[in-house]
Design a binder for this molecule. Structure first.
Ligand code: URP
Ligand code: ZN
Ligand code: ZN
Length: 460
C-alpha cells in the first residue's frame, strides 16, 4: 500500500521545504523534490503545510473524578483528537491506594484497547509508592511506561508526601524515567477553601480565588528542589502562571533538568472568564485555575525562550449538564477539568504563528516534536523523516474555522472557546499512513490506534 503526498510545504521542528512524501507500510519511505512514483493514493497538498501529527502528552479519557468521570472515552476522545490534527495521545492511568502499578495499567489498557482511533501511550499516576513498590516502577518502565505523575494537590485523593516524591524521583531517575508533577500546595489550598466556604463563597470563581499563584509557585519550587536532591529530572505539568514559570526559569538558568508544559487554556483564557453569567463560570473550573490575563504574555515568552518546552491540553471534559452541575451550590463539588484535545494544534497555530508570537518551526516543535523527545517516542513520532511513522497532517494555513460545541467532536456540551474564529484548519490526517480525517470527515476506525511502548527522554 503506497500513499504519495504531493506538492506540500513540509514543516518540521527544524525544516521548511517543498517536497513530495512517499509512504509505504505506514512509514515514510522517501522524500524528494518531485517523486514520479505510482501510488495507490495520491494526496495533493498544494498551498498546504505538511506537518508531523500532533502529540498531546496530557489527556484524561474516562477519568473517574469528583463522583463522575470525564465525558470522553478513548473512542470519542481520540476521534476528536484526530479531527484536530493530533495523532498520538499520552493518557494518565491511575494507581489507587492499595493497587499494584500493573493492576492500574491493566485497567487503563482495557479502557483503551479496541477503542482508540489514533496511537496512544500511558503515564502512570502513582498514589501508593512504599519501598516495596519501587521494583514495579522499573518493571512498568520496561513495558514502555516511562513517566509517572505525582500530585502535590488534592489531599486525600491523589496527594503524595515529599518522602514519596523523593523516593519516586530517585527510582525513576536512576533508569532514565521522568516524574511529571502536579505542583500546587494542596494542603494550604484546602485551608483557604475551608475559609471561603465558611464565608459563603460558593460560586465557580472561588475555585480560582482559593488557588493562588503562590501555591503553584511553591509546588514548582519544592518539586524542583526535591528533584535536585534526588539527582533526577522533573517535568511540571499544566503550568499556568508567571510565578510558577519563574521557578522553572531560575532552575534552568542554574543548569537543572527542570522541564514544563503549559496548555492553550492558560494562553488564551483568563480569570475574567469565571465572570460569565450564572453558573457558566463552571466551564472553566480546572486545576490550576485560569489566571490574570497578564500571565499569558509571560507564558508566551517562556515558550519562545524554551523555559516551557511542550504544549499539552490536560483534556479532561465534563458536561455542564449533570456533571459540572454537581457543584451548583459549592464550587468544590464541580469536577475539575475542561475539553481541549480537538483544538490544540489550530489554536496554537493561530495564536502563535498567525499572531507572530512563535515561528512555524517552533509551532511544530511545541505541538509534536518536543513531546516525542520528552516522552521517548522520537524519532518514530514527532517528525517527518525516512523511517518515521507516517503520522502526518495536511494543514490549510489560510482557511478559517469558528470553534463551537455545535460542531466539535468532543463528547462535551460546551466549548471553552465558543464562537472564537481562528485561521488554520486541519484538512487531512494520516495515522501510520492510513487516512483518518479527510475534509473534516472521520475516515478511520476506532480500534486501529496502537499502544506505544515508550523509551526514555532524549531531551537532554
Ligand atoms: O482540572 C484538571 N486539571 N483536571 C485533571 C486532573 C489534573 O490535575 O490534571
Ligand atoms: Zn494535574
Ligand atoms: Zn491533567
Amino acid at each position: 500500500m503506497k500513499t504519495l503526498i504531493k506538492n506540500g510545504r513540509v514543516i518540521t521542528a527544524v525544516d521548511d521545504y517543498k517536497a513530495d512524501i512517499l509512504i509505504e507500510n505506514g512509514v515514510v519511505s522517501c522524500i524528494g523534490a518531485k517523486l514520479d512514483i505510482e501510488a495507490d493514493t495520491v494526496l495533493d497538498a498544494t498551498g498546504k503545510y505538511v506537518i508531523p501529527g500532533g502529540i498531546d502528552p496530557h489527556t484524561h479519557m474516562e477519568l473517574p473524578f469528583g463522583g463522575t468521570q470525564s465525558s470522553d472515552d478513548f473512542r470519542t476522545g481520540t476521534i476528536a483528537a484526530a479531527h484536530g490534527g493530533t495523532t498520538t495521545i499520552i493518557d494518565f492511568a491511575v494507581q489507587y491506594k492499595g493497587q499494584t502499578l500493573t493492576e492500574a495499567l491493566d485497567t487503563w489498557h482495557s479502557k483503551a484497547e479496541g477503542k482508540t482511533a489514533i496511537d496512544y501511550a500511558f503515564h502512570l499516576i502513582c498514589t501508593d509508592l512504599e519501598d516495596d513498590r519501587i521494583p514495579e516502577m522499573h518493571k512498568v518502565m520496561d513495558e514502555g511506561v516511562t513517566s509517572f505523575k505525582l500530585f502535590m494537590a488534592y489531599p486525600g485523593v491523589f496527594l503524595v508526601d515529599d518522602a514519596t516524591i523523593y523516593r519516586a524521583m530517585t527510582a525513576a531517575g536512576e533508569r532514565g524515567g521522568l516524574i511529571c508533577m502536579h505542583a500546587e500546595n494542596g494542603v494550604v489550598i484546602n485551608e483557604i477553601i475551608k475559609r471561603a466556604l465558611a464565608a459563603g463563597r460558593t460560586a465557580p470563581k472561588h475555585h480560582a480565588l482559593t488557588r493562588p499563584t503562590l501555591a503553584e509557585a511553591e509546588g514548582v519550587h519544592r518539586a524542583i528542589a526535591i528533584a535536585e536532591m534526588a539527582e533526577s529530572p522533573v517535568y511540571i505539568v499544566h503550568l499556568s502562571c508567571a510565578d510558577a514559570l519563574n521557578q522553572v526559569r531560575e532552575a534552568r538558568d542554574r543548569g537543572i533538568y527542570a522541564f514544563a508544559e503549559t496548555c492553550p487554556q492558560y494562553l488564551f483564557l483568563s480569570i475574567d472568564d469565571y465572570d460569565e453569567p450564572g453558573f457558566n463560570g463552571a466551564k472553566y473550573v480546572m486545576t490550576p485555575p485560569l489566571r490574570e490575563k497578564w500571565n499569558q504574555q509571560e507564558l508566551w515568552k517562556g515558550l519562545r525562550m524554551d523555559d516551557l518546552q511542550v504544549i499539552s491540553t490536560d483534556h479532561c471534559p465534563f458536561c455542564m449538564k449533570e456533571q459540572k452541575e454537581l457543584g451548583l451550590n459549592d464550587f468544590t463539588k464541580i469536577p475539575n477539568g475542561a475539553p481541549g484535545v480537538e483544538h490544540r494544534v489550530p489554536l496554537i497555530y493561530n495564536g502563535g504563528v498567525v499572531e507572530n508570537r512563535i515561528s512555524l518551526n517552533r509551532f511544530v516543535e511545541l505541538t509534536s516534536t518536543a513531546a516525542a523527545k520528552m516522552f521517548g517516542l522520537f524519532p518514530k513520532k514527532g517528525t517527518i523523516a525516512i523511517g518515521s511513522d507516517a503520522d502526518i497532517v495536511i494543514f490549510d494555513p489560510e482557511k478559517e474555522q469558528t470553534i463551537s460545541a455545535h460542531t466539535h467532536h468532543m463528547n462535551c456540551d460546551y466549548s471553552a472557546y465558543e464562537g472564537k474564529t481562528i485561521k488554520g484548519v486541519v484538512e487531512t490526517v494520516l495515522s501510520r499512513g492510513e487516512i483518518v480525517i479527510q475534509d473534516g470527515e472521520f475516515k478511520g476506525k476506532a480500534g486501529n490506534g496502537q499502544f506505544q511502548k515508550r523509551g526514555t527522554c532524549v531531551t537532554f
